[in-house]
Write a new protein. Sequence first.
Length: 310
Amino acid sequence: MSVAILSSKLARTNIILLLIVIGLSLIAWFQPGLKTTVLHYLSDLKSAEINTIIIERKDLDSIKLSKKKSGWYLQEPYYLPANPLRVNTVLALAEKRSYTQFQSSEQDLSRYQLDKPLISVWLNETQLILGSDDPIKKQRYAMNITANINTGDNNVHLINAAIFYQLRANLDSFVSPHLLPPQAKLTRIEWSDKQLQIKEGKWVLTPDLPDTSSDSIVQLIQFWQHAQARRVETHVNLSLTNAELLNSPRIIIRYELAENNANPAKSGAIQYLIIQEDKQIKLLRTDLQIAYWISAKTLKQLSEFLPLSP
């Protein structure tokens, strides 16, 4: 009899323990009292899907970029390699977190400067607009135009305000600081009456400089392949006189592009005029009115054993 009672108590204990385990499991699964956070974003577009970008900014240059096999290129107002850091900033707008969403009538749009947006960005066919900021939350009003803007069917979003100032950055920052196009392979450097070019797979200096080693030539080519400017300046005012332009030292770089490069021109040349202003140095492209500002150390590396005279 005692054995039966003991077995019955043990069975009840096991059942109670099982119920406790089930209860704890349900608590852990459903987490009563805890609210699940649902994240919202300005658009459903993924940055990897984007191939074209158009940025229209009030009182500033409009910018058009397109994705090529070798990277992003500015299409307007210049055709030049784009700064990948700046492009990534623009691409991030597509996946920007939206902290607040609400619908707005046509009359309300002016309150947020979305009726005449300060910035309009097209990512492929998706149009995103940015208006004024929320002075309390320090966030920026934005809208993904999925329907007629005046219908009230588009949600107004509040996003991180920093992106606004990045999109309003000068055109200069959208130009790649590299002195050569991506995937460019140097074939010749010309300066004064000297030439450094590839002949039968070897770099040949004409006329020859007896104290120039093959290692120093290879190092010079590597410097040019990877050289970057400290900053880029667009719309340079060419205030130099004809005599100053004529007498400025210059270097002409000739190159070939890799076969998979999207540029239809498979070779090209760039002429840089070397201008020194107040102990600062710029490599000036007069054809585009663009200056690449470099340090004295970089100039020395790029002109090792080169006589920089007209």
